[in-house]
Design a protein around this ligand. Sequence first.
Ligand code: C2E
Ligand code: MG
Ligand code: MG
Ligand code: MG
Length: 300
Amino acid sequence: WAKAEGRGRWAVYDPERSAADIARSALAANLPAALDRGEFVLHYQPIVSLLDGTMVAVEALVRWQHPELGLIGPDRFIGLAEETGLIVRLGAWVLRQACRDAESWRRAYPEARLVVSVNLAARQADDPAIVETVAEALQRTGLPAELLQLELTESAVMGTAGEPLRALHQLADLGIRLAIDDFGTGYSNLAYLRRLPIQCLKLAGPFVEGIRADGADAVADHRDERIVDALVRLAHALELWVTAEAVETEVQAERLRSLRCDTGQGRWFGPPVPAADIRTRLAAAAAPRRDASGDAGLPA
Ligand code: C2E
Ligand code: MG
Ligand code: MG
Ligand code: MG
């Protein structure tokens, strides 16, 4: 089956098309109107220091609040949005909304210095207007550049010309932070990596998944653990922070900490939640600090 030229138009009946394809194209056709109707929402997942447990950042993860199908995860529509080009407009909305939320957290809890981390699709990173889009999101919301991080996968960083994107340096010049997402699953061109203006590597979930409760078992070969160890050392040699993705258990969090991984993200530290829940978490973290410093709150 073929996508017809033009947005939202699809090829006519084709007996080869499966029901899944039809559902997929119906979903794709509805994306632009869903964006106009404000049906997308952002959830935020805490990124936590493995040293002291403080929430240092949150990752913005988009969901589609579909009127009939309920909450739809990004794995079902980001690919479609990339194919149709809608990702540029959807991504600009995500950026602005994430900056707006982060700025409201900053105003309420400036001492938390909470960073918001936003995913950039390859097609967005390749968009000639990306630097302007990011600069405008910062300017319109008032969020200081250093509180915004952008996540790009290895393939997005490399762009189509096989060269790292020029825009990366312009983005870095804005004062924002750049992270490589799902690190270890793409082509890791180390010659380029060392020259990229990035601050953080996010270790892909599968390596973390390989760290198991039975890791001490003589039968386990510890291969993933040794990969994590090597990647953390590589990152630190390049003076980069490391965030481990998909941390699901206390054992994993403990092992990652002893491997000197800096921060973790995953169900163990908390699932993606609506913006209001992040505010609650910030309030809970701020309360004991204020009590201790004696400048707010009443003594117990
Ligand atoms: P990602 O950037 O690697 O995001 C991490 C994914 O891991 C999220 O899936 C998150 O919900 C999931 N996750 C959280 N905790 C755990 C855990 O303990 N174990 C495991 N196995 N997974 C965990 P989600 O929200 O479904 O997002 C999937 C992907 O969709 C993201 O992967 C990202 O590539 C993409 N995405 C999400 N939001 C956006 C967006 O605004 N723009 C773009 N371009 N892509 C987005
Ligand atoms: Mg990400
Ligand atoms: Mg990731
Ligand atoms: Mg991913």
